[in-house]
Design a protein. Structure first.
Length: 179
């Protein structure tokens, strides 16, 4: 008697699948937060313009809030762009490389992006804690609020870069979170 092991019976590692599911949900949630933030920016700026030119009484807090919202929308959206491969890249050079070299270059690229994300998270944390005792004028919230999206975006970029590296090693593609 011989024992045969079919390839279909071998189960893939659960950790990469869990990471993919978690990252897809995080990316989808991040994009929803960014869309709501973008609508909030439009509303706040509209209210500021309406107050200035129609009511002749511009709200003092509107500009500060719009600037903080821009930080959230931009940084969270950029992190989601890393996962969904929506960032700018020089793919024309990668396409010309042989597959084995291309995969290694892609791994190096995502490792560097992950290091950049870790630096963002760490330095955002350091800067946020250093300005936490101070308040944003007109909003009466801590200056640290401006650095929260930097930390969140950095952590997300690290997670999304790890997912891409695992997918490249496994010979898979990361499916965009909007499918």
């Amino acid at each position: 008697m011989s024992i045969e092991l079919e390839l279909e019976e071998v189960r893939p590692l659960a950790a990469p699948r869990l990471l993919t599911r978690m990252n897809a949900r995080l990316a989808w949630s991040g994009m929803c937060v960014a869309m709501v933030g973008l609508m909030a920016i439009v509303g706040v700026v509209f209210y500021q313009v309406f107050g200035r030119y129609v009511l002749n009484d511009s709200p003092t807090w509107a500009e500060s809030l719009a600037i903080v919202l821009v930080l959230y929308v931009t940084l969270i959206g950029a992190a989601v762009g890393v996962r969904d491969a929506g960032h700018i890249g020089l793919e024309s050079f990668l396409v010309m490389l042989p597959d084995a070299i291309r995969r290694k270059v892609e791994i190096v690229i995502y490792a560097l992006v992950g290091v950049f994300g870790a630096c963002m998270a760490y330095n955002g944390w350091v800067l946020g804690t250093s300005v936490a005792p101070y308040f944003i004028p007109n909003l009466h919230v801590s200056e640290a609020v401006r650095y929260i999206p930097l930390v969140l975006s950095g952590v997300l970029i690290v997670l999304f870069s790890i997912e891409h590296i695992v997918a490249i090693i496994r010979g898979e593609e990361v499916a965009p979170s909007w499918n």
